[in-house]
Write a protein that binds this ligand. Structure first.
Ligand SMILES: *[C@@H]1O[C@H](CO)[C@@H](O)[C@H](O)[C@H]1NC(C)=O
Ligand SMILES: *[C@@H]1O[C@H](CO)[C@@H](O)[C@H](O)[C@H]1NC(C)=O
Ligand SMILES: *[C@@H]1O[C@H](CO)[C@@H](O)[C@H](O)[C@H]1NC(C)=O
Ligand SMILES: *[C@@H]1O[C@H](CO)[C@@H](O)[C@H](O)[C@H]1NC(C)=O
Ligand SMILES: *[C@@H]1O[C@H](CO)[C@@H](O)[C@H](O)[C@H]1NC(C)=O
Ligand SMILES: *[C@@H]1O[C@H](CO)[C@@H](O)[C@H](O)[C@H]1NC(C)=O
Ligand SMILES: *[C@@H]1O[C@H](CO)[C@@H](O)[C@H](O)[C@H]1NC(C)=O
Ligand SMILES: *[C@@H]1O[C@H](CO)[C@@H](O)[C@H](O)[C@H]1NC(C)=O
Ligand SMILES: *[C@@H]1O[C@H](CO)[C@@H](O)[C@H](O)[C@H]1NC(C)=O
Length: 741
């Protein structure tokens, strides 16, 4: 008790005395602590704030520079700990205090910057959209750059009031900013004192997940149609934890903390850091607390594809979403002086643009100006582009910025061509001048034409909105790829969904140099695919309120599509078949996901043996699961043993490995499934039993699968295949990636 009094006094003192050093030397640290265990300290269990204060430096002296409290956030839900402004020395000094676990300076996490519902098989007044009530009653919490509450996508026509359990607030100054669609909006420290979106990203992602129906949505007249989110009757709660410069970890955690208290059902995070260990990924840490409370968490896989190992947000309790194309193109066709034609894309298609051939120039190909290939303004300064069609390579600066530079240097139009790694992934951007974005292959042919003639010419012919690209969906070049470096035994991404050239709400009117403007915009990224899957999760939550986050995830994964609209295997940006490290389980199929037959369920406590099996220390596991863990008392499992809906198997020469999986019947009470094995060359694969007979709903059955590496296989190679349980009505597929080590 005496100690407690002393600490209280100290806490009071802290309010009067602040810091020795200037604020500039203070950094925000994320500090993890354990709950007090000594009997003399148990009163702190109900006074977390007081407990956290005890970790602050006891040797503070007077400073005139700041009276802002040192602790900026006290966390309770996402973990036990706080975010505080500390010097390096002060952070070090905490390490000796009882209950201290870890302290790390926060980092900045980047953002992973309507036609899509129909593309996903959702049609107004029909089928699953109607049967799942358009996600009615489900609350989607979006952590992003804020929201424009006045956008028509957030009108609340047809929306019921929020469920009684909703506990959130609306921090807009105007009392009418929130409504039955946008039921909550909070900002955090980075937020400039308002949940308003000054960037566009948050307005876009929120409307993708749950925007209401808006007729006549278009950009510059293109992609015109009725826009709607995937769950148009779900409620939106915005947590502004980012600006256009990125997101602060302490704010992300505070946002998740608030969303859990507020009562969201689904969390959507279109942001993420590098693939480090999970106890260093604050999104993974916060998400673990969320799934423990039954909240589904969807996160973007990252935009560093096609580099192998670029997957972020790879924790198995998250749905990790990669990005794919849709079948809509806003076509802008380049016609060369020799009549060769190349179909590209751009949203800005002025009808006044002349159809006279223009001289074509490639600044990057001019003598002594190879630096100009990216059309960066500084390199175009001394080049006369007046009246010319200008060829620019992707890279260096933004695509729209290139167009601006070309226009400022006198250019009339722009052809933008991909770098080799970007292949056939081209963008419909809101350019400021007539433009066409072409693939790398097409770019090579245009460069060959330039070489072949002394007076190259070209025109751009605008063809408007074209639906029906039957190579869609394919994996966008930027979509992050496995292996999942944070956990090599878990296949990621889990799923791909629309994330390329997505039309959704924008915070301001998009303008270009002509008079057209639009309150919708087309942008691309796994940031865009993540909220599509958040919307899907909301539809499934409505249809199956008793399903766990893992069951919803399994349903989405085991029913995914493997083929494109032409019926061929889904391709990547090179137009060759995409592997499981690019597509995960495949492309989301909403209609099938609602009725998967069987699910691979996982309970939050099942992740403990998995985390111990990653060889994390007790403390590191404790950071993730927010409680004291002793791995010695838990039977650790290898990553492949987690009851996951996909497999990554490592086989040394002569190795054989056996794994158990448990499936839960959510289809027909009486049903019989038999196993099918999709080619896994070099592996003898056996499944025991090969038939699963269910006689009741919710019944679980376990099967064993054995992978045996054949003698004639080569180490350091990867083979891929699948395992599928089929009944008359259902097909439950798991992809398999097998590495010979
Ligand atoms: C909202 O009101 C607060 C307090 O009155 C003020 O500090 C803030 O600037 C206002 N924000 C906006 C966006 O008007
Ligand atoms: C968009 O389509 C609607 C009808 O579906 C039509 O009334 C409107 O004029 C169209 N807008 C544009 C810009 O084409
Ligand atoms: C390119 O630069 C070299 C060396 O600076 C110079 O001698 C040459 O004349 C330049 N050529 C052109 C076409 O400007
Ligand atoms: C730039 O090129 C245009 C068209 O070829 C020409 O009319 C103009 O005189 C040139 N300007 C300069 C500064 O060379
Ligand atoms: C065009 O010519 C240049 C210089 O001769 C050469 O480096 C380049 O590879 C050629 N490009 C194509 C696409 O043929
Ligand atoms: C953990 O350590 C064990 C024993 O050293 C090893 O076999 C296993 O591969 C390690 N697991 C991981 C994920 O590194
Ligand atoms: C796997 O399942 C089999 C049969 O149900 C059981 O005998 C075995 O103990 C299980 N193995 C593990 C590692 O759980
Ligand atoms: C299946 O389990 C869920 C969750 O435990 C429960 O809500 C549901 O009623 C069960 N269904 C049947 C048919 O037993
Ligand atoms: C490896 O051996 C199996 C039979 O054991 C055979 O079916 C397969 O074709 C062989 N593969 C190669 C690459 O030789």
């Amino acid at each position: 008790m005496g100690y407690y009094m002393f600490l209280l006094t100290l806490t009071c003192l802290l309010n009067f005395y602040t810091i020795v050093r200037s604020d500039s030397e203070l950094q925000i640290y994320i500090v993890h602590v354990e709950l007090p265990s000594a009997p003399s300290l148990t009163s702190f269990v109900d006074d977390l704030q007081g407990w956290y204060q005890t970790f602050l430096p006891s040797t503070l002296s007077i400073s005139s520079t700041s009276d802002e409290p040192r602790i900026i956030y006290s966390y309770r839900n996402v973990f036990k700990g706080f975010a505080a402004r500390l010097s390096l020395e002060e952070a070090k000094a905490m390490e000796t205090k009882p209950g201290f676990v870890s302290a790390r300076p926060q980092t900045t996490i980047p953002l992973h910057t309507t036609h899509s519902p129909n593309f996903l098989g959702l049609n107004q007044n029909m089928g699953f959209w109607r049967d799942s009530n358009y996600g009615r009653g489900v609350i989607i919490g979006v952590l992003d750059t804020g929201i424009n509450p006045n956008h028509p996508s957030f009108n609340d026509e047809g929306m019921p009031p929020p469920p009684a359990r909703w506990n959130g607030i609306c921090q807009f100054n105007s009392s009418t900013a929130c409504n039955n669609k946008l039921i909550g909006a909070r900002y955090f420290r980075i937020g400039n004192g308002t949940p308003f979106d000054e960037d566009g990203h948050g307005t876009h992602t929120a409307s993708t997940a749950a925007g209401n129906f808006v007729r006549g949505a278009n950009i510059f007249g293109n992609a015109n149609g009725t826009a709607a989110g995937i769950a148009p009757l779900a409620h939106v709660a915005m947590y502004k934890v980012c600006t256009s410069t990125g997101c602060l970890e302490s704010d992300i955690l505070a946002g998740m903390e608030a969303a859990i208290d507020d009562g969201v059902d689904v969390l959507s995070l279109s942001l993420g850091g590098p693939p480090t260990t999970f106890y260093n990924q604050n999104i993974a840490i916060g998400a673990f607390s969320a799934i423990e409370r039954g909240i589904f968490v969807s996160a973007s896989a990252g935009n560093d594809g096609p580099t192998p190992g670029s997957i972020g947000n790879g924790a198995p309790w998250l749905l990790t979403v990669g990005a794919s194309t849709t079948d809509r193109k806003i076509r802008s066709t380049v016609v060369l002086g020799n009549d060769e034609q190349f179909d590209g894309e751009s949203t800005f298609q002025p009808s006044s643009f002349s159809s006279t051939l223009l001289p074509l120039v490639y600044p990057g190909g001019l003598p002594n100006n190879s630096g100009a290939r990216f059309c960066e303004p500084v390199w175009l300064r001394n080049t006369n582009l007046t009246g010319r069609m200008v060829l620019c390579d992707e890279g260096g600066i933004g695509r729209i910025a290139k167009g601006r530079a070309v226009r400022n240097a006198g250019g009339t139009a722009m052809i933008l061509v991909n770098l080799p790694s970007q292949g056939y992934t081209t963008y419909s951007d809101s350019h400021v001048l007539p433009a066409s974005h072409l693939s790398y292959e097409d770019g090579l042919r245009i460069k060959a034409y330039l070489n072949s003639t002394t007076s190259p010419t070209a025109i751009i012919s605008f063809r408007g909105t074209i639906i029906g690209d039957n190579r869609a969906p394919n994996v966008a070049s930027f979509s992050a790829r496995g292996p999942n470096r944070a956990s090599l035994g878990i296949l990621k991404p889990d799923i791909i969904g629309p994330g390329h050239n997505i039309l959704a709400a924008w915070h301001v009117s998009v303008e270009n140099n002509i008079n057209t403007n639009s309150n919708f915009n087309i942008i691309s990224g796994t940031s865009m695919s993540c909220p599509h899957l958040s919307g899907v999760a909301a539809l499934l939550k409505n249809a199956h309120p008793d399903w766990s986050p893992a069951a919803i995830k399994s349903a989405i994964m085991t029913t995914a599509d493997q083929v494109n609209l032409a019926g061929n295997p889904i391709e990547d940006e090179t137009q060759s078949p995409a592997d499981s490290l690019a597509v995960g389980s495949g492309h989301v199929n909403i209609l099938r996901a609602t009725d998967p037959g069987l699910v691979y369920d996982t309970h939050p406590e099942d992740y403990l043996p998995y985390l111990c099996g990653l060889n994390y220390t007790d403390q590191q596991v404790g950071i993730i699961v927010s409680r004291v863990v002793r791995c010695a008392e838990i039977a650790s499992i290898s990553q492949t043993e987690l009851n996951y809906p996909s497999f990554v198997v490592f086989l040394g020469s002569g190795n054989s490995r056996t794994y158990n999986r448990t499936v839960t019947n959510v289809g027909d009470a009486n049903s019989v499934y038999s196993v099918g094995i999709g080619a896994l060359p070099g592996v003898d694969m056996r499944v025991e039993p090969s038939t699963l007979r269910f006689s009741a709903l919710n019944q679980t059955l376990t099967y064993q699968v054995t992978f045996e590496r054949l003698a004639n296989t080569t180490s350091n190679t990867v083979v891929q295949g699948s395992l599928t349980w089929t009944s008359g009505r259902y097909s439950v597929r798991s992809p398999i990636v097998c590495r010979f080590i």
